[in-house]
Design a protein around this ligand. Structure first.
Ligand code: UDP
Length: 454
């Protein structure tokens, strides 16, 4: 069977694609890569485009697509509250266009990624599929409206659909883990603290009507979610409807942090802050319906989820990280080479923003390095994947960071993190700043000469 997967470069999408391939399905991915990661795409046909793109019809014809799994969407509750228009455009309008494209091209099977956010603040927990749906954030609302559209398409045009209402997807599988930029989800953020990438985890509110005052969620392993899609595909001929995917067990924010402490062995400092708008206090699934109709049960629990996510953070995430470093490289000095080596250790892909030779030389009042010594620069740059020549201005480094959106900015130079203009940009884009040079060497003038380090 030929399946079109939208959002196949995303976290849940790319893991489901791997599962589909194992089961013998032919998969074609479309993803606009606005949030997905190219490195997550396995070796299948991939077309970089939007779900609302005219190209989608051509892709359907070219690959003789029989069913679609529609993952592509934005999925940050907080962002949807701050910027609802983005969610109406991306999740609602574009999905409606996709439904029309499917109808016009006679594709009559779809699996849709819905969410427990469609329930809002539920009255009865665990939540069954017949609980009233009253979303309290735009993200949930956009998903609910697509659910309604699916029902209409089902009635009017015979579209067969299964909408899976995910609770909180988490964990890692194959070599894919949560890699959102910026990251806003609880478990990866807590693990970042354990890893030393962040100082502390902020708990959004401890005055909710729950036993410890923090919000309760039903965390479900991403592989269990992927398996639900396989079962849904197998049943699409005979069943259309809505299904919860959760474990039936809830964990509070504080319980998650405690479980992460146990599994990682790290102390995880916390800070209690204001509630985050749009957060219901408790979301836990009743999954009897999917168990009965599709034979799905969750196989992993919260400890499996955190263990797999932690393993991924330790072993696998590094190879996907992009690191940018910048600085003067002519004349080159020990700090630069050290910075490049350090930056390479941090991630899989290293980009260097190389300052313009001439300006650099003028600023330093020094002549260019002799040609022979430049070989050393080239040697140092051997581990570098890409080099961009920027002009010798902070503004150009800032612009490059905005364009490249790396995971890590390993800063060179002797200024403090609080002094550099890149810091606010990194904070805004969720780019982590590592003090590549300044932490080790107090001032550029302390640096040893080139010859000493060869
Ligand atoms: N949360 C938190 N601190 C964070 C991120 C999340 O306290 O830095 C809380 C959030 O308020 C919610 C729960 O953790 O109660 C799960 O949030 P997440 O963003 O992971 O998923 P959501 O439930 O919003 O889809």
């Amino acid at each position: 069977m030929n399946i079109l997967v939208t959002g196949g470069a995303g976290y849940i999408g790319s893991i489901t694609v791997r599962r589909l391939l194992e089961k013998g399905y032919n998969v074609v991915i479309i993803d606009n890569l606005s949030r997905g990661n190219k490195f997550s795409i396995p070796d299948v046909p991939f077309i970089q485009c939007d779900v609302a793109d005219e190209k989608v019809g051509e892709v359907i014809k070219q690959y003789n697509i029989q069913a679609v799994i529609h993952f592509a969407a934005y999925a940050y509750v907080g962002e949807s509250v701050e910027n609802p228009g983005l969610y109406f455009e991306n999740n609602l309008k574009k999905s409606l266009i996709l439904l029309e494209t499917l109808r016009k091209n006679n594709v009559n099977k779809i699996i849709f990624s819905s969410t427990c956010s469609t329930y809002g603040d539920p009255e009865i927990v665990p939540i069954t599929e017949s609980e009233k749906q009253a979303p309290i954030n735009p993200y949930g609302l956009t998903k609910l409206l697509i659910e309604k559209a699916l029902q209409v398409y089902n009635k009017n045009y015979g579209l067969k659909f299964i909408a899976l209402r995910y609770f909180n997807a988490a964990g890692a599988s194959y070599d894919v883990g949560e890699h959102h930029r910026p990251e806003t989800h609880l478990i990866p953020l807590v693990l970042d603290v354990a890893f030393g990438r962040r100082d502390k985890i902020k708990i959004f509110g401890n005055d909710y009507p729950t036993p410890d005052g923090t919000c309760i969620r039903d965390y479900i392993h991403v592989l269990d979610i992927a398996d639900a899609h396989i079962l849904a595909l197998e049943k699409l001929d005979s069943i259309s409807g809505f299904y919860n995917i959760g474990t039936g067990k809830g964990n509070s924010v504080k319980e998650i942090i405690e479980a992460c402490r146990k599994i990682t062995g790290h102390e995880i400092p916390v800070e209690i802050v204001e509630r985050r708008p749009g957060d219901p206090h408790v979301l836990v699934a009743d999954y009897k319906k999917i168990q009965q109709d599709l034979g799905w049960v969750p196989k992993q629990d919260i400890n499996d989820i955190i263990r797999d996510a932690w393993h991924w953070h330790n072993e696998l995430e590094k190879k996907h990280l992009t690191v940018v470093t910048s600085g003067y490289f002519d004349p080159i000095h020990a700090g630069h080479i050290e910075c490049i080596h350090l930056a390479k250790q941090l991630g899989g892909k290293l980009i260097v923003l190389l300052n313009n030779d001439q300006q650099c030389a003028l600023k330093k009042g020094k002549a260019f390095m002799p040609l022979g010594e430049r070989k050393i620069i080239l040697e140092a740059l051997r581990d570098v994947d890409e080099v961009f020549i920027s002009i010798d201005e902070d503004a150009s480094v800032c612009k490059s960071l905005e364009a490249l959106k790396p995971d890590i900015f390993a800063k060179g130079g002797d200024r403090l993190i609080s002094e550099i203009p890149e810091t606010p940009i990194c904070r805004r884009l969720g780019i982590q700043i590592i003090d590549g040079l300044g932490a080790k060497i107090q001032s550029s003038s302390d640096l040893t000469g080139l010859k000493q380090i060869i």
